[in-house]
Structures are given as C-alpha cells and as structure tokens.
Design a protein around this ligand. Structure first.
Ligand code: F3S
Length: 67
C-alpha cells in the first residue's frame, strides 16, 4: 500500500489532515504541500480507509493510493 501526494496539484488546504486522522497533512510535506506521516501504519485497515476518505475529499484530487 502506497500513498502519494501530487505536489503539483496540492494547494495546501490541509482538509486531508483531519479526515485522514493524521496520516496525511501539510505538516509532513514541504512548501505548504501535504505529505504522508512517516509514522503512519499503512498495514492497518482503518488507517487506509481514513486515507481513502481523505483522497476522495481532497478538492484537488492530489492524493493517490495504490494497492
Ligand atoms: Fe493538499 Fe488535498 Fe490535502 S489539496 S493539503 S492533499 S486535502
């Protein structure tokens, strides 16, 4: 499972942070763009589900989740 944020699309609104329950957010990226929390446990189903919800909610469709 891999989560990536397209920095060319991300506008740094940080909606993803709350929705992903801290897995994705601007505090983990650079230049105000979102990144993935290096401490996120991507083997947990609930973490992935929250990340998927955040990907759907991102207004720029900047979050990509690869199975
Ligand atoms: Fe960027 Fe989308 Fe999050 S625009 S800050 S990845 S909600």
């Amino acid at each position: 499972m891999k989560i990536t944020v397209d920095k060319n699309k991300c506008i740094g609104c940080n909606i993803c942070f709350d929705i992903s329950e801290g897995t994705i957010g601007t505090r983990f990226g650079s230049d105000g763009k979102a990144g993935v929390n290096p401490e996120a446990d991507l083997s947990k189903k609930e973490v992935i589900e929250a990340a998927k919800t955040a990907a759907e909610a991102c207004p720029m469709q900047a979050i990509k989740i690869e199975e």
